[in-house]
Design a protein around this ligand. Sequence first.
Ligand code: BES
Ligand code: MN
Ligand code: MN
Length: 454
Amino acid sequence: MSNAAINYANEHRRQYLTEMEALLSIPSISAQSEHIPDMEKAARWIADRLTDAGIENVAIVPTAGHPLVYGDWLHAEGAPTVLIYGHYDVQPVDPIDLWDTPPFEPTIRDDYIYARGATDDKGQMFAHIAAVDAMLNADGKLPVNVKFLLEGEEEVGSKNLEDFIAGHADLLKTDCALISDSHIISPTQPLAAYGLRGLVILELEVRSAARDMHSGQYGGVVHNPLTALVHILAKMHNENGTVQIPGFYDDVLPVSAEEHEMMAKLPDHILEETGAKKLWGEKEFNVHERTGARPTFEIHGIVGGYTGEGSKTVIHAHAFAKLSMRLVPNQDPEKVIEQFKAYVADITPDTVDVEIRTYDRAPASLVDRHDPAIVAMSQAYEESFGNPPLFAREGGSIPVVLLFQQYLGIPVALMGIGLADDNLHAPNERFYLPNFYHGIEASIRFMNIYAAQK
Ligand code: BES
Ligand code: MN
Ligand code: MN
């Protein structure tokens, strides 16, 4: 392969950084309707940038929600086609007070760029746009055919993407998908993610009376919905951290002995990364099994009662909790929801009524570690980051991965270039700039290696 594109990318680092800053300045928060114009602005920015790079057939595709951006370059005759996926939407920014600099005013400190979306996923996504730009500028061509599919609804469950993929399977049918939306172990130790967890997001509401009540008048005779709620939630785990929903683990694909050994050897820095007091959870599984191959149940928030200044002796009429479950292969989100509903019905006392509302859902995914796309990714990682990757299953979810597998039957290479402590979804999200530059290089190398291999 010619090194011209890599040289070009390295010589244009400052330009690519400045462009990334422009993209990061657009507050493309998909969850908040006040940002709909910003979503359109971000889609337009990306479409224009793809066009400038020499990508053809660039289109902003409206959906029932936020638009998709599509573009392709199909002049590598006889070469394979790579589908590059990324998402330009970001998570909400609150608590805003905890940001050291404003989330949509990208700021560089100590080799990191700080901004919402810096690593998840605008920065990682832009590395591929920069890679293609460098190749087309330096060589006037790409070693593979490329199709970009960049969406604006990943952080809200990719609700409208399934319809688009199902309706455009011929267009999107490619040899493999390439996604950078996960993290590696350190700047010199890449990590090839070969699995992602799925999830279901739920809300549980408990109601005991028609109105709020004085706790002296009614305490002891009307069931406090907050008490009922915490009793229900306390029954979700046993002391070992094992989820108690009947049937929850029935379909869980067991980890093979080989995978178990491999996971046991992987480093983890969870205590350092989080400042947690001690590790918790299913003792019979190692840390990477627990985060990658075991399903979990989480409470994200409990809302109810009085939490303002001073005291208020009230029994609120209702209480609710925001919940989610991370799923693993081969759990079916719908079946897990039914199991949860049945368990809640079973453990709810007859003094209260409950209502369960469901939100986003996505099944887990697993890719074949020996697929040519993963082999090409491993080599690209090694040549760009200095070491061959370790392999692990990731705990997070990217709903599109299973959609690509199901509708297009293609392998997915998860070539993440973030770091675990990049603060994704949290205040002071950041992206390590050397990873950005090495990621551009890895993208260029991936396409060359994949083309040569096929
Ligand atoms: N990029 C993340 C997923 C991720 C995080 C993969 C860490 C690997 C390591 C993605 O943007 C994300 O946050 N997904 C959501 C799912 C969505 C349906 C809300 C998630 O995992 O909570
Ligand atoms: Mn992401
Ligand atoms: Mn995310």
